[in-house]
Design a protein around this ligand. Structure first.
Ligand code: SF4
Length: 387
């Protein structure tokens, strides 16, 4: 295990949604109250048994961030959220509980003013909500359950409840989307001044209703160039409105980078609890079972791993590079050296030179960072650091 830095992130997965969106291949499903209660019981058991499960002790870790994601965490009773956070507080030490970044994902149309107030009372200080589009036809095309009005009500209610750190999710390349409708969505969102915006290009995943509709080349609503144009426009409009792109798909106003996600891109330790959740502890990546029945009825916690990958030092170096290069600031050369005791050039000299010559990578202020073109061709660059 990496003993040097034991700051910790905790991810909690709530795999329930009111209804499955047509493009979604996340681990999420509609469920009744008794399934939700059974699930939370299993989740709490998993958190209580985590030290035994990971073979370490709580004294090594200080929690910096908690992220309750899904699915739709707001579709379970807030009393469940209270139990989960109470259990985390009991089992873990925070670096400073007041300053722990605690995020919850909520879907417009699934949250009431009372729920938002309860979240604040529980110390949840960051809210992430999925608008995707301000255009009603695009929302319908995606199979979302909410309208623009639902989103606006949730947004204003969250501000009213005292949330001063809000993320809004947007989507590009939605069937029927035009430059005009996308610009309208972005304008509407930036006028609201959320602290953070995530903007992802729609991916048509196999096994979804979208794949049936748009899965073949002829049926695709946009080709690669059109998708890239929409994405470039998104970046430009968000940057013009004062949002810094600090990761491929993530934008923030000053001081509002997601601390939780930044920990993923910088390979900090994190525990993931819940169905299908992943963890990274030192040089081991764990992944829980994705099977609901096995998760809820498991006899003993170690059984919930269906994957347990021990990473070699080379694997860890590769991850450090390609995860770090997702971020606009890139990879800290000093950080790499202090982690692995060797300079990045000594390991990846050839790749670094090649990408610099191709205009995809630059060096500035002790960081190796992707150029805008390097971000566009991210997958090509990341693959170069995989040995
Ligand atoms: S709300 Fe999110 S997780 Fe749930 S079905 Fe829709 S896209 Fe998937």
């Amino acid at each position: 295990m990496n003993k040097k830095d034991r700051s910790l992130g905790i991810y909690v997965h709530i795999p329930f949604c009111v209804k499955k969106c047509d493009y979604c291949d996340f681990l999420s499903m509609p469920a009744g109250e008794s399934e939700k209660t059974d699930y939370v019981r299993a989740l709490i058991k998993e958190i209580e048994e985590c030290w035994e499960k990971y073979g370490c002790t709580g004294t090594e870790f200080k929690v910096e961030t908690v992220y309750i994601g899904g699915g739709t965490p707001s579709c379970i009773n807030p009393a469940h959220i209270e139990r989960i956070l109470g259990c985390i507080d009991k089992e873990f030490e925070h670096a400073d509980r007041e300053k722990t970044e605690i995020t919850i994902e909520v879907n417009p149309g699934t949250v009431t003013d009372g729920m938002l107030k309860t979240y604040r009372e529980l110390g949840i200080n960051r809210l992430s909500t999925g608008l995707q589009s301000a255009n009603e036809n695009e929302l319908k095309a995606l199979g979302r359950i909410h309208s623009l009005d639902d989103f606006l009500r949730t947004y204003y209610a969250a501000r009213e409840a005292g949330f001063s750190n809000i993320n809004v999710d947007l989507m590009t390349a939605i069937p029927g989307q035009t430059e005009k409708s996308l610009a309208h969505t972005i304008g509407l969102v930036t006028d609201l001044l959320p602290e953070h915006v995530s903007a992802y290009s729609l991916i048509i995943e196999e096994g979804t209703p979208f794949y049936e509709r748009y899965g073949t080349e002829e049926k695709r609503p946009f080709d690669g160039d059109e998708e890239r144009d929409l994405y470039h426009m998104t970046v430009r409009l968000l940057e013009e409105s004062g949002y810094e792109r600090y990761e491929i798909s993530n934008f923030a106003r000053d001081g509002f980078w997601s601390r939780h996600n930044t920990a993923y891109w910088t390979r900090r330790d994190y525990f993931g609890f819940g169905l299908g959740a992943s963890s990274l502890i030192g040089n081991v990546r764990y992944r829980n079972t994705r099977d609901f029945e096995s998760y809820v009825n498991r006899p003993a916690s170690p059984d919930i791993f269906d994957e347990n990958i021990i990473l070699s030092r080379d694997d860890c170096m590769d991850e450090f590079m390609f995860l770090g290069l997702r971020m606009s600031r890139g990879v800290s050369k000093a950080g790499f050296e202090s982690e692995f005791g060797i300079k990045p050039e000594a390991v990846y000299g050839r790749e670094i030179d090649k990408f610099k010559n191709e205009g995809l990578l630059r060096e500035e202020g002790g960081y190796l960072s992707p150029t805008d073109r390097g971000t566009d061709y991210g997958n090509y660059v990341f693959a170069g650091f995989l040995r």
